[in-house]
Ligand binder design. Sequence first.
Ligand SMILES: NC(=O)c1ccc[n+]([C@@H]2O[C@H](COP(=O)([O-])OP(=O)(O)OC[C@H]3O[C@@H](n4cnc5c(N)ncnc54)[C@H](O)[C@@H]3O)[C@@H](O)[C@H]2O)c1
Length: 437
Amino acid sequence: MANDARVAIIGLGYVGLPLAIAFVEAGLEVVGVDASDGRVTELRSGASPIDDITDERLRAALDHGLRIALPAEAALAEADAIFVCVPTPIDRAKDPDLRPVIAAAELILGSLRPGHVIVLQSTTFPGTTNGPFREVLERSGMRAGVEFDLAFAPERVNPGDPASAARQVPRLVGATTPAATKRVAALLRNINDSVVEVSSPDVAEFAKILENVFRNVNIALVNQLALLCERMGIDVWEVIDAAATKPFGFMRFQPGPGVGGHCIPVDPYYLAWRARQFDFVDRFVELAGDINLAMPRHVIDLVAEALNERGKAVRGARVGVLGVAFKPDVRDARNSPAADVIAGLVGRGAVITYHDPHVPAFRAADGSTFDSHPLARVLDETDAVVILTGHRAVDWEEVYATADLVVDTVNNSRGREVRPRQVLRLGAGWAVPASTA
Ligand SMILES: NC(=O)c1ccc[n+]([C@@H]2O[C@H](COP(=O)([O-])OP(=O)(O)OC[C@H]3O[C@@H](n4cnc5c(N)ncnc54)[C@H](O)[C@@H]3O)[C@@H](O)[C@H]2O)c1
């Protein structure tokens, strides 16, 4: 498609907003649509809700033609291509919740016309684009691959890592016909230097899930090895560092308090659910999910073990949580393991405060809500702190100088000055001060 194509993006979050801005910066006319009034108002005011897009970049895009609309404003009819970037969550039973995707398809249905190009970009199970998504669109009486084109083109952005959003990162596209694949690939080449065409939406969907299952399984592997290392009295972090000196055939993954964000704790279950429809139990996916889901409980046990060292029970202990975002230096706290760690500690009778320079307010898994306190106050008013996210913006020197007891789940204490029996490390036991090592 030529670069005078008009593009509409449905869902302006971590994926849709950068996509909209990339198309505007490439000179295309773009309208972004979001179901949330709050999100629309925020974006129209030039305030970016995500770390990777600065307010200045958003405002420049608004000045250069980016329009932000509510679904009711019927902005889709004018577009030549419509990208769908809505959430794909799981429900409490960890089954796919396609309601946002179906709602987006129903929204398009009202505006669908011959020649339209529809691209689903939300991560989902293989068979979604050609299955339930297509079925809604074809209620129009028009057929995918005949009157309109239909494709899946997954997103690879890794929030907090600007390199992941670079033009050089290859992206995949698979449509219902080879001609449609070429059409969508041409459109994407406006914003990306390397577009890889695959034979169907199913392949593109499966490839995206494979990427995330790969991460989830490997994180589970090192998490399990961390538990083994604790029993064996071996430092898992040193083991991983040592293994990572191999220049081929090994890829480094880190243990931690669990997995978070919109992707890794969610997407593998889309595949597991789909596999069951083919009488196939995806044991790797289920096992990895199980191991990673259990990590917050292990962190709670580590906090109990650390308090025990000081002759304290968890009940009544004041515990400070450092970092509730699901990874360092971002404000994204969706599905963060901190939600389960805090709920579990509250359940055992601990009194929780937290500090996170990026997340001003946080809701734990039991529904209790907290506001971020200044670091000094958390350090002063608690018996122990547990580090769940190693944000660079935290004054770690102050943490280790002030805290009596630290549970370190992310290897934050490595190389720092610590006191004997001050820091209990996930996967490694009590940190040994350099002077006595
Ligand atoms: N966040 C990531 O790092 C990442 C990376 C790759 C792929 N993905 C995938 O991209 C998709 C979107 O994820 P995200 O992180 O951008 O989500 P998000 O929650 O940040 O943004 C989604 C936006 O869609 C809006 N929305 C929801 N339903 C809507 C509807 N029916 N119509 C219009 N707007 C609607 C929401 O209000 C929200 O603003 C998911 O499938 C996710 O798995 C995410």
